[in-house]
Design a protein around this ligand. Structure first.
Ligand SMILES: Nc1ncnc2c1ncn2[C@@H]1O[C@H](COP(=O)(O)OP(=O)(O)OP(=O)(O)O)[C@@H](O)[C@H]1O
Ligand SMILES: [Mg+2]
Length: 314
């Protein structure tokens, strides 16, 4: 028995002279949630496109739901669901029509098609809106409809490209609930991409940070955060930063110093207790702190550490 829903080995995708994906390997155990986290242009959508057989890798290989994406593309397609980053719903259709048209593509019987449609629309709480044109739906409703449509074929593996992009917090929370429920009740494996750190932290069993086409760090959110030290002191200021950072790095309680643009971050053993010392040192080293805060490290701090960049929510 194969325990992995997705096994990708050294995937590469080049578009002309752009390396969109540069040697990505992924092993995603069945019935787990994997979040691919990365800035714009990192290669998230391209990775999903290869795994869902929309495009062929330039190099490397992958198996999804046990089938090879190149030699068994049909079987892969039959065992996966995908929702895309851009809404691909036809606005003139009603929600119910969008579902049943999709079912026809897969040659469901009429009865089966209608039953599945009704069940899934109920699951995403769109029963009341089912017979209205999609153009009257809110962004969150459209996303939920796409999720429902992606489930029509009872996939083993579901690929969600930015499932909550542009949604307000309430709608996002709702979609998280569906995603978690799908994993628990239907035993699905999910690969999702997101810009939202809190989303990955909440949902994912495993997170992969992707930047410039490479996965640069992977682990459970807890593992990654635990590696960051106990507390994070984050500050912005001006003056002789280089010298100040050098001195900070020599303090015994400072485990790591990270900079990203104007931001400096220190991993320390006990933030509140060390704050005074950090500020005092700034004064003696001619560095003026404009803003300083202490917090428990989060996945956003992990991202900052490994990419040297902040990942801002769009
Ligand atoms: N069809 C294409 N032709 C040429 N270049 C492409 C194509 N698709 C993607 N790229 C390039 O490949 C890189 C990765 O793009 P991709 O869409 O995978 O990023 P992403 O991580 O999904 O970004 P976003 O967060 O903006 O959705 C980018 O530099 C992009 O411009
Ligand atoms: Mg994308």
């Amino acid at each position: 028995m194969n325990d992995y829903a997705v096994e990708a080995k050294n995937l590469v995708k080049r578009f002309g002279d752009i390396d969109a994906v540069n040697n990505v390997s992924l092993m995603i155990p069945k019935n787990s949630i994997y979040a691919l986290l990365g800035p714009n242009g990192a290669g998230k959508t391209t990775t999903i496109s290869m795994l869902t057989t929309l495009i062929q890798p330039t190099q490397g290989s992958a198996r999804v739901a046990g089938y090879d994406v190149l030699s068994q593309a049909d079987k892969v397609r039959r065992n996966i669901g995908v929702t895309f980053q851009e809404t691909v719903l036809d606005d003139a259709l009603t929600g119910r029509q969008a579902m049943t048209y999709h079912g026809r593509l897969y040659r469901f019987s009429k009865a089966e098609n209608e039953a599945k449609t009704a069940e899934l629309l109920a699951m995403v709480e769109l029963e009341d809106a089912a017979d209205r044109a999609i153009k009257t739906y809110s962004g969150g409703m459209k996303r939920r409809l796409e999720l429902a449509r992606g489930l029509m074929t009872e996939p083993q593996v579901l690929f969600l490209d930015e499932p909550t992009l542009g949604l307000d917090p309430q709608n996002r929370t709702k979609i998280w609930e569906y995603i978690q429920d799908l994993k628990q009740r239907k035993g699905l494996t999910l690969l999702l991409t997101t810009h939202y750190m809190d989303e990955a932290e909440q949902l994912a069993d495993c997170v992969g940070i992707i930047d410039a086409g490479c996965i640069i760090k992977e682990g459970s959110p807890k593992e990654l955060i635990d590696q960051m030290g106990k507390d994070a002191i984050t500050m912005i200021g001006y003056g002789n930063r280089e010298r100040y950072l050098e001195q900070l790095g020599q303090l015994p309680f400072v485990q790591a110093v990270t900079t990203a643009g104007p931001i400096t971050q220190l991993a320390v053993d006990a933030g509140n207790r060390r704050l005074a010392e950090v500020v005092t040192l700034a004064n003696t080293e001619g560095f003026t702190i404009e803003d300083i805060s202490v917090a428990k490290p989060s996945l956003a701090d992990v991202f900052l550490k490994y990419t040297g960049r902040q990942l801002r929510d769009k």
